[in-house]
Design a protein around this ligand. Sequence first.
Ligand code: ATP
Ligand code: 3PG
Length: 399
Amino acid sequence: MNKLTIKDLDVQGKRVLMRVDFNVPVKDGVVGDDTRITAALPSINYVLENGGSLVLMSHCGRPKGEKNMEFTLKPAADRLAELVSAKVTLAPDVIGPEVKALVEALPAGEILVLENVRFYKEEEGKGCTAEEQDAFAKELASFGDVYVSDAFGTAHRAHASMAVVTKYIDQCAAGFLLSKEIEYLGKALEAPVKPFVAIIGGAKISGKIDVVTNFLDKCDAILIGGGMAYTFYKAQGKAIGGSLVEDDKVELAGQILQQAEAKGVKLMLPVDNMVADAFSADANTKVVGDSIEDGWMALDIGPKTIELYCNEVASAKTVVWNGPMGCFEMKPFAAGTFSVCEAVAKSDSISIIGGGDSVAAVNLSGVADQMSHVSTGGGASLEFMEGKQLPGIVALTDK
Ligand SMILES: Nc1ncnc2c1ncn2[C@@H]1O[C@H](COP(=O)(O)OP(=O)(O)OP(=O)(O)O)[C@@H](O)[C@H]1O
Ligand SMILES: O=C(O)[C@H](O)COP(=O)(O)O
């Protein structure tokens, strides 16, 4: 990577302003899944162990520029306090004189967590002028001698704490998590060890179909599963019954099929499906081929497809996976996702998993530790894989 990294910084006696992504699920004031917090610990501990103090910034949820305490960072700060040996203080606000005083009094080896940066509309820059956003970013910048971003999950957002604050601090570096994400995802895209197999599924077709397009120039095989498959079926003129479809993407799906053929990329669609007569775990189910009659919807890939996809994965040397193969949250439709998951874990490949639900599925299957890299980014990893430049990375200081 051609950007400064945390190891290039001298943090001794410095105040480090660090952007993290503590946008974690919270229920009844308690963090549900602390993956994103634990993933930032190497950078946090590095600063503390090397004589620096830390001012942490993050968003949580989408409070839309309002100070709505439903979105407080308190649960995340409380969880962080359990995970580090340092003292953790939660500031009462993001900016302002009270926060400034806390920052100035912060001793080395301690952490101050600012409140949710999205309590200010200036963070997202919506409903304010560019000057107002700059002033907000400048005030945040005054809280640090150096800046570190470890918020890979938010790197696709050109927000104040990600991509504007960096204008006002000389040294802006990537933390360990951000560096690791870029290293794995970057390698997979730039110089993948072949055969390179992409597995794309899930429900958000419009959000993922561009990734399929980008992968046509990189992959040896693309395995399509989940709700995504039926938009491709429709493009082939197949019957899809009540299966998920995005009609405005049918034409693009047809073009992708043609391009795959022209480029000699193996674009695989399910040859059979587990269908149900309702979107429910109690629905009647049956296995059908690649034509789905009215009154039925496909909620998982079928057993023959599982075998084909697992075989493809078994010979892969690089696997990128985003989006489950079926509605794995319901037991009758979980076999596709979990079988493919096990095949990826068993394979002798560099495996990179991205996307909230795919990561949840990998965690549920108990094989997360057998994957080379489980990304903390949903939208960010997708945009990276689409080949887009992420503003939160571009903004860091060049080496
Ligand atoms: N055949 C299907 N029909 C309807 N929904 C499906 C089907 N297959 C999978 N899904 C649903 O897709 C959802 C996940 O899709 P999604 O596109 O959000 O993936 P993801 O891994 O969370 O990626 P990201 O976080 O990048 O959006 C799951 O809740 C799953 O139940
Ligand atoms: O969870 C995420 O994808 C990131 O934290 C970004 O959140 P956002 O989609 O609300 O910008």
